[in-house]
Design a binder for this molecule. Structure first.
Ligand code: ATP
Length: 256
């Protein structure tokens, strides 16, 4: 158990019930899975199926009704969460009055890292996401895709134990979304990090993941876990990719 066998995160039989106006609603139903160190795990499920509630339990932000989440063998709690997770979401929360560089170096700055160290780190990740030359730009001067790149650089620069990406490309137009998926494959291959990426898009899941955890409609249960051994960069029109996409699609109510 724990780090010895490469497991970073272990989700054990977690269930979440909410009680509202004396009505009990089951949102996450007995979900178990593990995430290996440096693995890119995609959680794929329909809208409102309980993905955000599941993520919040993983990060220790809400308590499961039953079950537990272990990070490096220890139960995760809000107090212990510290710098263990960094999130990238649709609404990035970039600080509009800060430059790209200042936004990216924020995590290390809050941790009290020396200016030269954090600048060097921020610069490295700005270059990694292809934003060299835009260090002194402000968020409003950037396109949607570029802002997402800043969000990814910021999450990497924060050097968390686990990167959490909650439908980060959901609001981008189709072409930009595709470009960002390609970029993310390039970045995550260049610098491996333990990543949990949440989406409701089968194609995106099959394009990005080392493994896919497929969830059911609410209450979220694990329907299937897919190991994907198609080499990267994956070609969405290849037979093996189309076959995988169809296999997942036949196993879910999700639309493609
Ligand atoms: N604090 C809460 N109290 C009661 N019900 C809740 C609470 N938080 C979430 N829910 C319910 O849990 C269900 C799942 O919500 P959740 O936000 O996890 O879905 P999701 O899969 O992340 O959706 P989306 O794909 O739209 O992001 C919803 O029906 C929601 O109403």
């Amino acid at each position: 158990m724990g780090v010895q066998n490469g497991v970073t995160l272990e989700v054990r039989n977690i269930t979440k019930k909410f009680i509202e106006n004396d009505q009990e609603s089951l949102v996450v139903d007995n979900v178990s899975f593990t995430v290996q160190k440096n693995e890119f795990l995609v959680i794929l499920g329909p809208g409102y199926c309980g993905k955000t509630v599941l993520l919040n339990m993983i990060m220790g932000l809400i308590q499961p009704t039953s079950g537990e989440v272990l990070l490096d063998g220890e139960v995760i709690t809000k107090e212990k969460m510290g710098n263990k997770f960094s999130m990238v979401f649709q609404k990035l929360g970039l600080m509009p009055w800060k430059t790209v560089l200042e936004n990216v170096e924020l995590g290390p700055k809050i941790r009290g890292e020396a200016k030269s160290t954090r600048r060097e780190k921020a610069q490295k990740y700005i270059e990694l996401v292809g934003l060299k030359g835009f260090e002194n730009s402000f968020p409003h001067q950037l396109s949607g895709g570029m802002k997402q790149r800043v969000g990814i650089a910021r999450a990497y620069a924060n050097e968390p134990e686990i990167l959490i990406m909650d439908e980060p490309f959901g609001q981008l137009d189709a072409q930009t979304r595709y470009n960002m998926e390609e970029e993310l494959v390039r970045v995550s291959q260049a610098e491996k990090r333990t990543t949990i990426f949440v989406t409701n898009n089968i194609e995106e899941a099959a394009y990005l993941g080392d493994r896919i955890l497929l969830l059911t409609q609410c209450p979220a249960k694990v329907k299937e876990i897919y190991n994907i051994d198609i080499p990267r960069p994956r070609v969405m029109t290849s037979m093996e990719f189309l076959h995988l996409r169809k296999e997942i699609s036949n196993n879910t109510d999700l639309a493609l």
